[in-house]
Structure formats: C-alpha cells, structure tokens
Design a protein. Sequence first.
Length: 298
Amino acid sequence: MAHITDIAVFDRRAVRLHRTRAAHDFAAHDFLFHEVGARLAERLAGIKRQFLRAADIGSRNGVMRAALDGRAGIETLIGIDSSAAFRPDIVADEEFLPFADQSLDLVVSCLSLHWVNDLPGALIQIRRALRPDGLFLAAMFGGNTLNELRCALMEAELAEEGGVSPRTSPLAELPDVAGLLQRAGFALPVADAETITVTYAEPFALMRDLRGMAETNAVAQRRRGFTRRATLFGAAERYRAVHAGADGRIPATFELLFLAGWAPHESQQQPKRPGSATARLADALGTVERPAGDKAKP
C-alpha cells in the first residue's frame, strides 16, 4: 500500500481547481513547461533503449507528449492529470496512482511533483509501477524558485499588515530529493539542479503568468480571500526597487530539480563488496602504504 502522510502541506483540491481554471488558456503561459520538457527529453535521448509503455504524471496539455514526439521506442504514453479540463488519458491524483505493480517501462513528470503532500509515498508508488530496469525521470521546482517574489511579498505584507502569512509554496531542496530517491528504493539514483531566469516588464506580468500556469498559492494554511491592494502594490514596488535591471525589467528565478532513478534489476551495476578490490590505492597514487596511526618520518 502507498504511504500517505498525515500532514497536508498543500490543499490538493485547490491545486486541482487552479489547473481547471488555467486549462482553457494554458497554451498562452506554458513556455516554461515546454522548456523543461525539452530538457527532460534531451536527457532521455541519451539512453539507448526502448520504453514500450510509459506514463506522464501531471500531463496538463501534453507538453511531454510533444517533447517526446518521434522518440523511438515509446509505443504508448499515458497522460495523467488531476484536472479533467486538460482531457488527459486518465484523471488521477499524483498521490494515488492507478497503475499495477511492474506495469510500466518509463515514468516521466514535468513540473508537477512539487505539489504532492507525500512525495516519499508518490516515489514509492512510481518505483513499484515500474518493471525491473524501468526508468523514472522528472523535473520539479526547487527551493530557490521565485525567491525574489517571496521576499517582496513577505516584506510588503509585514509592512502593510503587520504580519506574514503563507503566500508561496514550500519547495524541496536538492539534498532532500536525492535522499528520497534512495529511500523509495530506486537504483542508481541521480538528482541535480539547473536554473532558468525569466525577465518580465513588471511584477504583475509575472503574477499573471503564474496564474496562467496554475502555479499560484495552494498551501493548506494560506490566508483565504484576496490580497490587499496595498500589499500587492507594495510588493511590486519592492520587487522593482531591489531587482530591476538597467532596462527596467525584473528577473524571476526558477530552480529546477531533475530526478532520475531505475527500478532495481540484477543486470544493473552493483557496488563492490568491501575488501573485494584487486588493486591497492597506494600503488595507484604512487605512495607507500602505512598502517593507521603511523606517521611519515622526516
């Protein structure tokens, strides 16, 4: 059975509603998803093997399908999304995947798993759904994403309202996800980070894009209701004052965490047993081996 956490950081109903609201005009705001999808496809292109049955978790309007179009070796790609408005092949929550054990050769996910409450449980479900030697490849937003906007909103709310509420989502850090891949039972796990910086004419253009991407606040403990006008304009002013370039445009940082791991299989490279080395490190380094505690003589 999947492990479901008792702590709900995100309001999953809000996540689904945000996607449903954004679906009709998502193509006008999906540039970041296409860019990240292309980077995922590029990583997959370096793996020379077939993945006959694949699943795309958080498929939205099919950006990964487009990125993988023409990739030899994928016969079936099943799109999964929590919002029916995107017309995925299967409507399902990322926390409750509908796949039988060892039924998939490949699972990909483009900018969706950062909204999952129980990421360890979701990774375990993905690993179980993969056939032996099946591949998991994903990208999600990391902790440095939108740090400029986070700071501006926090400072403005503190100044205008005398306190701070959760207005942006907590995001994972690279060491966290690397450890989670191991805990979920993936073999040969790899996690690395890249950064994309997008510039905007003004902060409200960024906020409109985030709404169009369905990436607005869905923290369970968020303050309900509209943000005060003074707080929004105060945040925009702080954003411009601190971060605007010489041309007046403001940057928005998106940190991307890339995850990869394989379902275990006996054919995979295994770590050597302690004491099984056939060559001495001292020989390789051209030094003299001494027992522990001995000091070199002058």
